[in-house]
Design a protein around this ligand. Structure first.
Ligand SMILES: Nc1ncnc2c1ncn2[C@@H]1O[C@H](COP(=O)(O)OP(=O)(O)OP(=O)(O)O)[C@@H](O)[C@H]1O
Ligand SMILES: [Mg+2]
Length: 250
């Protein structure tokens, strides 16, 4: 599966905020069906990188291809690509004034113009898949964090994306809710979704990732299959990072 065609191609991505250069030439190819975990210290540029991929940030230079289509430098063609890349955030970002079902139906209805009944059927199927169909008519504020995050995943899937990006999807959750969200992500991975996941859940990285990428200071410092990444990190900065992650989790 991971020898499939290239789904995402990043070539020498640079990003600056004023004088601060946050991404310093990141090149990366991700194949269809590949599951990549992106980790690194705070401020290393992980969120900025994945926000560039789905057009939430404009890059300063470099080329981005999603499923063979170039994302224009100022993201003016993002509407054409928006459906291809789904995104899940740390803070869920559900619309508080819409029900769960309405949250799922909004983008397919407005962006795609898909008929309501078609979208509703698909949305309900996705809510069943993330095991929360019984909350279809509830509002986000009536749900736990873990439930809200599962709704956010279903909402992203409702656009039938080819790639899913996750930015620390479990780090705002109470510990007892982490597993229910990781289980949904594991399920998605098993079905062959191409995924880039920013996370410090190293158990998830070990069991689900095909590749772990470690960023520091706006560059990719090291990348490897999880088995060797965790047992034989090469770069001193990777070793230091792993040591700190383990200290926090034990
Ligand atoms: N909109 C912005 N304007 C100015 N600086 C920004 C902006 N967004 C991010 N930065 C800076 O860019 C750098 C990288 O931020 P980014 O959020 O990509 O890091 P990160 O690796 O995701 O960190 P964390 O693990 O804390 O989420 C940081 O120094 C941050 O302060
Ligand atoms: Mg971040």
């Amino acid at each position: 599966m991971t020898s499939g065609p290239t789904m995402i191609s990043l070539d020498k991505i640079h990003k600056s905020y004023g004088a601060l250069e946050v991404l310093k030439g990141v090149s990366l190819g991700i194949r269809a069906g590949e599951r990549v975990v992106l980790c690194g210290p705070s401020g290393s540029g992980k969120s900025t990188l994945i926000r560039c991929i789905n057009g939430l940030e404009t890059r300063t230079s470099g080329q981005i291809l999603v499923n063979g289509h170039e994302l224009h430098p100022n993201c003016e063609n993002i509407a054409d690509l928006n459906g291809e890349v789904g995104m899940v955030f740390q803070q869920f970002n559900l619309f508080p004034h819409l029900t769960v079902l309405q949250n799922l139906m909004l983008a397919p209805r407005i962006v795609r113009g898909t008929p309501a009944e078609v979208v509703r059927t698909q949305a309900m199927r996705l809510l069943e898949r993330v095991k929360i169909a019984d909350k279809a008519n509830a509002y986000p504020g009536q749900l736990s964090g873990g439930q809200q995050q599962r709704v956010a995943i279903a909402r992203a899937l409702c656009m039938q994306p080819k790639v899913m990006l996750f930015d620390e999807p479990t780090s705002a959750l109470d510990p007892e809710m982490v597993k229910e969200v990781l289980d949904v992500m594991i399920d998605l991975a098993r079905e062959g979704m191409t995924m880039i996941v920013v996370t410090h859940e190293m158990g998830f990285a070990r069991t689900v990732a095909d590749r772990v990428i470690f960023m520091d200071g706006g560059v990719i410092v090291e990348e490897d299959a999880p088995a060797s990444f965790f047992s034989r990190p090469k770069h001193p900065r990777t070793k230091e990072f792993l040591r700190q992650v383990y200290e926090h989790s034990h």
